[in-house]
Structures are given as structure tokens and as C-alpha cells.
Design a protein around this ligand. Structure first.
Ligand code: ASP
Length: 439
């Protein structure tokens, strides 16, 4: 028993994932698909709900604590600008990589034309739902995203997980007000926030004890839902969409193994494998849940405990990242849009590809950090370059596995930026200290 306790949690999570895949495949073979959906899948949902449950209190409490501990407000605006700049920079790089790869490899030319009619019929309903979901975003004015950040009711904002930016805004306001009030008046509230912070952290520990079972259920669910009853389906699917999937996976790997190491080593002394090892548990969860928002509590713990990122940095940079920085999603959106054009035999001009860079950046910012959200926003990218929206039927069947991978990249990008901002903040703090007059 003592020995079992020493096994690190991520090993249990990996084991849970492996058993989930094995069970899923077995369930398809011995006809227990419905049994799995009825009796196992709910545990996956419960696990995701538990993670989401702690996300809002975590951001609120840790960000208020982080900001109120700051000595001056100007370092906050500096941190904000650097964070946004780095997020946009990595997103544009990832879309550009996606575009270069999809143009070079031309996966659309491997797509059998007769399949497009078949897929359109199978996925007609799903395409319509995605289209309807996307239309709510398309009608928005240019400044709507700022209006959306400012809530009209604090408790209303806290009642919806999709309102992550509103929660950040409220925490910023409260934190700033606390800096501006004399210490004596705020100290009781500070103590309360400190103790709430400890409670929320303990809650995450408790929820994570359930992680191996949660990921087992999630993966078993994915296997039985995606693979279907006939293993032949999967083979046929792979022959039609295999090249497209390979291009997305290659692009995501370039982000993880080339772009992030270069960016991290340009700003910090952190070894890349140390970085990967530090965020590995969060990557496993992102992969299993397909949701950056649900993974957020664990991403935050990983960068703080394993990579030494300060709480005031991680509680600011990561929730913003989970909401607006989706390198994996934007890369996928760019590749998917061009793949659909190729499969329909439509040529995209250079200016249309530039339009894809701009709209995929905005679309990934607008994508919610939940499973499948990237595909809803893909509708907007397709519309911007006049591609048929029905094209998403072609890639529907492959979406879930690719979502798992792109979500993993999304949180890897957030963590990379958090480590860099941490270093930049430390440098600027040291500079300020060095500039103090020697008494
Ligand atoms: N599932 C992704 C995330 O949560 C978003 C997406 O690409 O669908 O980061």
C-alpha cells in the first residue's frame, strides 16, 4: 500500500488512459458500447464538471490575491501588454506553419471525391448545428468583445464558466481597489482571500484524486463514440482523411517541439524537457478532456509547483490564455479551411490565405475552451474566404481525436507564455530594484 502511494499521480492518469482505450476497444468487440455509454461515460462528465467547478473560484481568488500583493499597478499593465503580444505572436506563427504545410502537402488531393457527397449526407444535421452556433458570433459589432468583458452583474458573471474574461475583469477591479486602500482596512479581507485560496487549492487536490477514473471513463467514451461499431469504418475513415490528420498532427508537433523550445530558450534558461516534464500532467488532462478551461486548475498548479512560476503571474496569464490563446486550434482551423478548399477543387489566392491568418487568429480568440468549439469558429474562417460551410462535414469524423491533440497544444502554449512572462516580470522587478537610490 505504501509503495502504491509513492507512484506519482501522472502515472495513475496514464494507466487510466491506457485502460480506457483498452476497455473502449474491447467494448466495441464484445458489444458493450451502450453499456459503456450508460455506465462509464457519466463518470467522465462528472470529472470534467468537478474541474470546471473549481475553475471560477480559483481564478477569482488567486487573481485577487496576486494583484493585491503587487506593490504598484504599472507592473500589471506591463504584464498585460506583454502577455497579449506573446499570445498573438504564437498564434500567428502557428497559423502560418499550418498554411505552409497544408499548401506543401496538399492533403485535399488525397480525398476521394465520391466521399464528399457521402459525408455531406451523414453529417448534414451536425453541420447545421455548428452553423447556427457560429451565426451568433457573426452578427457582432467590432467592439462587442470589449462590451462582453465588462459584466453588468458580478454574480451573473460568476454563474457561467464561459465568462472567464469577465471574472478576470472583476478580479482585476477588486485587486486594484485593494492596492489603493490603506493596508489596515484591507487586511481582514486579504486574510479571507488567502484562506479561500488555500481551500480552493485543496479542492483541486481532492478532485485530482479522482482523475485516473475520470480519464479512464473519458477515453473509453471517446473510443466507443468515435470508432463506431465497425472497425472497417475506422480504416475507411483513415484512408480518406488520413493525410489531413497527418498534416494537422505534424503542424502541432512542430509547434511543440520546434516553436515553443525556441521561444522559451530565447527568453529563459529553462531546459525544454524540464518544461515538458513540468506540464505533463496538465497535457494528459487536456488530451483526455479536450477542454483548456477544465484543465486550467491543473495547468496552474503544474506551472507554479513544477516550473516555479509566481502565482501572481500564472493566475493572470493562464486564464486569459485558456480563453484567447489557442495555438493548436488556430493551426487546425487554417489547415482545415485550405483542406476543404482543396477537396472541393477550389483555389485560394495569396490574399485569401492572408485573410485566413487574420480570421483564424480572431476565430481562435473567440473559440470557447470546450470540446469542439474550434469547429464552430471554423465556420467563420470558411465564410471569410467564401468556402462552402458544408465543407466541415468532410472533417467531422476526425474532429474529436484532433481536438484532443490541439487542446494539448493550446495549454502547452499558455504554459510556455506563462514561464516567459514570469521571467520578464522578474527581470523588470530586478531592474527597478537596481534603480533604487542607494541610501
Ligand atoms: N477544445 C479546445 C480547447 O478547449 C478548443 C477547440 O479547438 O475546439 O482548447
Amino acid at each position: 500500500m505504501g509503495k502504491l502511494k509513492k507512484i506519482p499521480l501522472y502515472v495513475w492518469i496514464l494507466l487510466g488512459m491506457l485502460l480506457g482505450v483498452i476497455w473502449g476497444l474491447l467494448a466495441i468487440k464484445i458489444g458493450l458500447k451502450q453499456f459503456t455509454l450508460d455506465w462509464f461515460s457519466p463518470w467522465g462528465t462528472i470529472f470534467i464538471n468537478l474541474l470546471k467547478l473549481v475553475a471560477i473560484p480559483l481564478i477569482l481568488v488567486s487573481l485577487i490575491k496576486g494583484i493585491s500583493d503587487l506593490k504598484d499597478i504599472s507592473s500589471l499593465s506591463g504584464m498585460g501588454l506583454k502577455t497579449i503580444a506573446l499570445y498573438i505572436f504564437t498564434t500567428v506563427i502557428s497559423i502560418s506553419i499550418g498554411l505552409v504545410m497544408v499548401n506543401l502537402i496538399n492533403p485535399g488531393s488525397y480525398f476521394p471525391p465520391e466521399k464528399s457527397q457521402e459525408y455531406s449526407e451523414i453529417y448534414r444535421m451536425q453541420v447545421q448545428t455548428k452553423q447556427a452556433d457560429a451565426s451568433t458570433y457573426q452578427d457582432d459589432g467590432p467592439l462587442q468583445f470589449i462590451v462582453d468583458i465588462v459584466p453588468e452583474n458580478m454574480f451573473g458573471a460568476a454563474a457561467n464558466n464561459a465568462n472567464m474574461l469577465q471574472i478576470i475583469f472583476i478580479a482585476l477591479l477588486i485587486g486594484i481597489a485593494m492596492i489603493l486602500i490603506p493596508e489596515k482596512q484591507v487586511s481582514p479581507f486579504k486574510k479571507l482571500i488567502d484562506s479561500l485560496n488555500d481551500i480552493v487549492l485543496k479542492l483541486i487536490d481532492i478532485v485530482m484524486k479522482f482523475a485516473p477514473i475520470g480519464v479512464f471513463a473519458l477515453l473509453a467514451d471517446v473510443i466507443v463514440s468515435v470508432a463506431g461499431e465497425n472497425p472497417g469504418d475506422t480504416a475507411a475513415l483513415f484512408s480518406a482523411l488520413g493525410m489531413y490528420a497527418i498534416v494537422v498532427v505534424l503542424g502541432l508537433m512542430i509547434m511543440v517541439f520546434v516553436v515553443y523550445p525556441v521561444v522559451i530558450s530565447s527568453f529563459t534558461k529553462l531546459k525544454f524537457f524540464q518544461f515538458l516534464r513540468g506540464i505533463f500532467p496538465a497535457q494528459l488532462l487536456a488530451f483526455s478532456t479536450s477542454s483548456s478551461a477544465a484543465t486550467l486548475p491543473v495547468t496552474k498548479q503544474c506551472v507554479e509547483n513544477n516550473l516555479g512560476v509566481d502565482e501572481e503571474v500564472s493566475s493572470f496569464v493562464l486564464p486569459i490564455g485558456a480563453t484567447i490563446n489557442m495555438d493548436g486550434t488556430s493551426l487546425y482551423q487554417a489547415i482545415a479551411a485550405v483542406f476543404i478548399a482543396q477537396a472541393y477543387g477550389l483555389d485560394l489566392s495569396f490574399s485569401q490565405q492572408i485573410t485566413i491568418i487574420i480570421t483564424a487568429t480572431l476565430a481562435s480568440i473567440g473559440s470557447a475552451a470546450v470540446p469542439g468549439a474550434g469547429m464552430v469558429m471554423l465556420v467563420i474562417v470558411l465564410t471569410s474566404v467564401h468556402l462552402p460551410i458544408e465543407g466541415i462535414a468532410l472533417i467531422f469524423a476526425m474532429d474529436r481525436p484532433l481536438d484532443m491533440l490541439r487542446t494539448t497544444v493550446n495549454i502547452t502554449g499558455d504554459s510556455a507564455v506563462a514561464t516567459i512572462i514570469n521571467k520578464l516580470q522578474k527581470n523588470s522587478k530586478n531592474r527597478n530594484l537596481n534603480q533604487l537610490p542607494i541610501l
